[in-house]
Design a protein. Structure first.
Length: 352
């Protein structure tokens, strides 16, 4: 089967082509179906902002290595013990790309995201075989195209949990990529006020306004601190989520956090970046809670209930969907920053 792989490790934006990280199609055999496994014919797999980081060597993988973890598809084969969850052949599904062992220290203490034996079967491919515990059936009123966004939506619901958002809280989201825009929608549902997006891209700011964001600030041309304080009457934001992964943004949002507020860093920042932090000012004097998210592990069943209610129209324009054979062009489009989301069609399905 065809699998989109990292074929050369390196920065995908490297000007020197001989050093540039690259993706390509590699033929791999389909994983053997186990008794509790489900074989899925993949419909769509969207490119995550972490995928170029993986090609860049973030996890130390040796090429060729498969990519992709945001998928949707249809069950075409099942192991003999895979049906006890109610799944059946023909079901339209998505799910969690990670398979937890269930028996290590972290799995048995509610911290499955740190499972020491976690398996990962990449799904930017024509087929993927997952354990039944990873698979989530899509609602009838959710398309396969929107279904591939279940995993990023689960990150958004994880952010809601970690941010401890309360109705009426003033909220700032820094970064208008897919996670940022999804998070803005969820915050609005949770009753956020003065909902603000910090984002330099005018089109993404327009999208944000269309989904309920109250204010947008361009952090490059505007004074982010002054505008944020003006919006919040000098109090700052009760909840701030930084999802851009830009080190300068990580520093810029600190003074915008209200006393007693929560600042959550979600993005994959460069490993070598260290945040300068005045402990007296922010931790002692303001009692700010600083936290983060790594990945979601128990959010999928809740997230799938939200899928039909989400507005994903900005992520699924015709020019944002590429066939699997055009994976190089798809990644180029992703890296251009022109579109908030790029999706790869791994197999065609009637009506989709």
């Amino acid at each position: 089967m065809r699998v989109v792989c990292g074929v050369t490790v390196g920065n995908m934006k490297e000007p020197d082509e001989t050093k540039r990280g690259k993706v390509g199609i590699v033929d791999f055999p389909v994983k053997e179906l186990g008794p509790e496994d489900v074989k899925i014919k993949v419909a769509y797999c969207s490119i995550c902002g972490s995928d170029p980081h993986i090609v860049g060597g973030a996890f130390g993988l040796q090429p060729p290595f498969g990519l992709g973890h945001e998928m949707s598809g249809v069950i075409v084969e099942m192991g003999e013990r895979a049906g006890d969850t109610g799944l059946k052949i023909g079901d339209r599904v998505s799910g969690n790309f990670l398979k937890y062992c269930g028996s290590c220290y972290y799995c048995t203490t509610g911290l499955q995201e740190y499972c020491t034996n976690a398996g990962n079967e990449p799904c930017m491919a024509e087929y993927v075989v997952w354990h039944k515990s990873q698979v989530v059936k899509l609602p009838d009123n959710c398309s396969l195209l929107n279904g591939c966004l279940l995993e990023p939506l689960s990150i958004g619901t994880r952010i809601m949990d970690r941010s401890n958002i309360k109705a009426g809280d003033r909220v700032l989201v820094s970064g208008g990529g897919p996670i940022g825009l999804i998070t803005c929608q969820l915050f609005k549902k949770f009753g956020a006020t003065s909902l603000t997006l910090s984002e330099p891209n005018a089109e993404r700011c327009r999208i944000a306004k269309s989904i309920g964001v109250d204010y947008t600030i361009n952090p490059i041309t505007d004074d982010l601190l002054a505008k944020g304080m003006e919006i919040t009457n000098g109090l700052g934001y009760d909840v701030i989520v930084e999802v851009s992964g830009v080190p300068s943004a990580a520093q810029a949002v600190l003074p915008l956090t209200a006393k007693g507020g929560t600042l959550l860093y979600e993005a994959m920042f460069p490993n070598e970046y260290e945040l300068p932090l005045n402990l007296y000012e922010y931790i002692y004097s303001r009692e700010i809670t600083i936290t983060g998210t790594y990945c979601s592990h128990y959010n999928f069943q809740r997230s799938v209930q939200l899928l039909p209610e989400m507005d994903f129209s900005a992520f699924s324009g015709k020019e944002q969907i590429f066939d699997i054979s055009d994976c190089e062009a798809a990644f180029a489009a992703h890296l251009s920053g022109k579109y908030p989301k790029i999706i790869i069609r791994c197999n065609p399905f009637d009506g989709e």
